[in-house]
Design a binder for this molecule. Structure first.
Ligand code: TYD
Length: 200
């Protein structure tokens, strides 16, 4: 089973991924969790380029292709082999982040970004996508309190609102795959909603 966690920065998706991993491990499931971009030596190098605030000249298309390159590596090096070995794979962001950030918010177009990602994902879509949906202002102040903002996090509120709208549009068009949860509750309450929603 392959479950991706999605949402804007500071929405709490990484906390939820960790809680689900702990629950599955307690039930003796073999679980692998990875984050995007990254999760492989090649992907981690690409990640450093993508998040480097000094690289202000990066074009939207280059950005999209670099995310796709890191993803292509992750699919082949980690996701496919782990799924074949029977692991539950939990991914902190996957292709729907590209559709929301590069397709919707950067304005490249979701179909264009989906087409560019087709060779990267090679047909591998998550069985379920957990979208932790949160108010943009609250989430961003959480992200800011946590650490210095990277190149993409440093975009303005309008950008992050477009990302949120992009995720919600993706969820509306793929309702069987998506589980949309309200990120406003306590971590434990959100976790319980996710466990129930995924039928785990
Ligand atoms: P990261 O520090 O992992 O952020 P978070 O903890 O919020 O997941 O940085 C990833 C950044 O890259 C984040 O701002 C979202 C962005 N991103 C895209 O724009 N497109 C993508 O396809 C992915 C995977 C991430």
């Amino acid at each position: 089973m392959f479950i991706a966690f999605e949402g804007i920065e500071g929405c709490g998706k990484s906390t939820q991924l960790k809680l689900l991993r702990e629950r599955l491990e307690a039930a003796d499931r073999r679980v692998v969790s990875v984050r995007e971009p990254g999760g492989t030596p090649v992907g981690d190098r690409v990640r450093a380029i993508l998040l480097d605030g000094a690289l202000t000249e990066m074009t939207d298309t280059s950005e999209m292709l670099l995310f796709a390159a890191a993803r292509a590596q992750l699919v082949r090096e980690v996701l496919r082999p782990e799924l074949a070995a029977g692991s539950v794979v939990l991914c902190d962001r996957y292709v729907h982040s590209s559709l929301a950030y590069q397709g919707h918010a950067r304005g490249l177009g979701r179909d264009f970004v989906a087409a560019a990602n087709a060779p990267a994902i090679d047909g591998l879509l998550p069985d379920r996508v957990v979208l932790v949906d949160t108010d943009v202002e609250a989430a961003l102040s959480r992200a800011k309190a946590r650490a210095a903002l990277d190149r993409i996090e440093a975009e303005d509120l309008t950008f992050h609102r477009a990302v949120r709208a992009g995720f919600l549009a993706e969820a509306a068009n793929d309702a069987d795959r998506f589980l949309v949860v309200d990120g406003a509750g306590t971590p434990e309450a959100i976790h319980a909603t996710i466990v129930e929603g995924l039928g785990l």
